[in-house]
Design a protein around this ligand. Structure first.
Ligand SMILES: *Cc1c(COP(=O)(O)O)cnc(C)c1O
Length: 423
């Protein structure tokens, strides 16, 4: 099946007389004929559902659709993108371990890693995504357990060289985790370039309508945990909380990561997506392949307009041929990148604020990457907890405006920007 068909049909195939649409299984628990039947589920001897804090059929239908879109073997929905990135890393890194992450990542993820996960005893090295292979190689330590980056960084719009990072990670026997939120599997499938685990904030393009917060983790099912078993005892040694079961031998490369993540982290932290939200997410996914090309063509036209506008001091949009990341974007995303553009308004912080007040079509919102055109000044809002140095290291300039181009008529969007930029 092609991506357009998977968006509509993958993940759920109704049997004779069953609902055409993915049903919302709004139930906390599931009934069994004997305690023995249920016991088999608890022991992971049989697959099935027993409690929605860990797993729910509606969520699994939708997760399976996303796994098909990314080309993975297993997936799980989480309550948010934050939960997805936390679980993806914490599933393999414990206190005393080390993770390498790109400096150019979402502010929330940077905080999660640099503040909260450090408190849990996990050490991080943040590295410029444009680093040389030698610099990257030198960042690895004996206790490094994973490498992390974003296909297109929010909001810096740097493009991550997936192959370069995947090669380095594999050379050191660890997986590469890529947050593919902005590109979506319509524009880029990181697994095709050597990535091992993909995460998303489904809150963005996948839902696409400002309706539900959510996340997903997808496993490519190719990383050989057992070949590096001294590094990954959680996957390769018996789990005492599951009667001595070993995930990597019992579920293989294809299933070990997601099964462990569900049965340990979802069990203990409970960051599950509500089945109702999964249903809404699925509605968004059905039109993903139709919406994404419109976001991209609208954004390219808007970027070309801004690039020529005398009130704009700089612009970054990886699909513009003048952009620093154009070549990498062409390699990984030849059909388009995303709808998000970053630019500077001449006159700095104050001019940017006046510009935003004059907008009528574009709305001021912290959100990005959905049907509605919206605009944000990160330095005074989402990223205000970061120091100027941290901002710049993440590629966020103090005068930067982040514009998320929606799927309205592009002439209306350009007209709005034009009047707001005029003196
Ligand atoms: C928004 C976002 C997140 C966090 O997702 P939430 O759903 O808001 O928790 C993580 N990564 C990227 C790239 C994002 O844009």
């Amino acid at each position: 099946m092609k991506q357009e068909t998977k968006c509509i049909q993958a993940g759920y195939t109704p049997k004779n007389g069953e609902p055409r649409m993915i049903p919302i299984i709004q139930s906390t628990t599931f009934k069994y004929d004997t305690s023995e039947d249920m016991g088999k589920l608890f022991d992971l001897e049989a697959s099935g559902y027993f409690y929605t804090r860990l797993q729910n059929p509606t969520n699994d239908f939708v997760a399976n659709k996303i796994a098909a879109l990314e080309g993975g073997t297993a997936a799980m929905l989480t309550s948010s993108g934050q939960a997805a990135n936390f679980f993806a890393v914490f599933n393999i890194a414990n206190a005393g371990d080390h993770v390498i992450a790109s400096t150019s990542i979402y502010g929330g993820t940077f905080n999660l890693f640099n503040v909260t996960m450090r408190k849990m005893g996990i050490d991080f090295t943040f590295i410029d995504p444009d680093c040389s292979e030698e610099e990257l190689d030198a960042a690895f330590k004996p206790n490094t357990k994973a490498v992390f980056g974003e296909t297109i960084a929010n909001p810096a719009l740097t493009v991550f060289d997936i192959e370069k990072f995947a090669n380095a990670a594999h050379k050191h026997g660890v997986p590469l985790i890529v947050d593919n939120t902005f590109a979506t599997p319509i524009n880029c499938r990181p697994f095709e370039w050597g990535c091992d685990i993909v995460t998303h904030s489904t809150t963005k393009y996948m839902d696409g309508h400002d309706a539900t917060v959510g996340g997903v983790i997808v496993d490519h099912g190719q990383f050989d945990w057992m070949a590096h078993k001294e590094k990954f005892p959680g996957l390769c040694e018996p789990d005492e909380s599951y009667h001595g079961l070993t995930y990597a031998t019992k579920f293989g490369k294809e299933g070990a990561f997601i099964t462990k993540c569900t049965s340990q982290l979802m069990r203990d932290f409970g960051a599950i997506q509500a089945p109702m939200n999964a249903y809404f997410l699925n509605l968004g996914l059905e039109s993903l392949a139709v919406r994404i090309p419109v976001h991209c063509s609208n954004a390219l036209k808007v970027a070309q307009f801004l690039e020529k506008n005398e009130h704009v001091s700089w612009i970054s949009y990886p699909s513009l041929s003048s952009d620093k990341y154009y070549d990498l974007a062409q390699k990984y995303m030849p059909n388009g990148t995303c709808g998000v553009i970053a630019f500077g308004v001449k006159g700095g912080r104050a001019a940017a604020e006046i510009f935003m007040k004059k907008l009528k079509v574009a709305m001021i919102a912290t959100h990005v990457a959905d049907a509605h055109t919206c605009v944000l000044h990160p330095a005074s809002s989402t990223h205000r907890q970061l120091t100027d140095e941290e901002l710049k290291a993440g590629g966020v300039m103090p005068d930067m405006v982040r514009l998320s181009v929606g799927i309205e008529n592009v002439e209306d969007i350009i007209e709005d920007l034009k009047q707001a930029l005029e003196d």
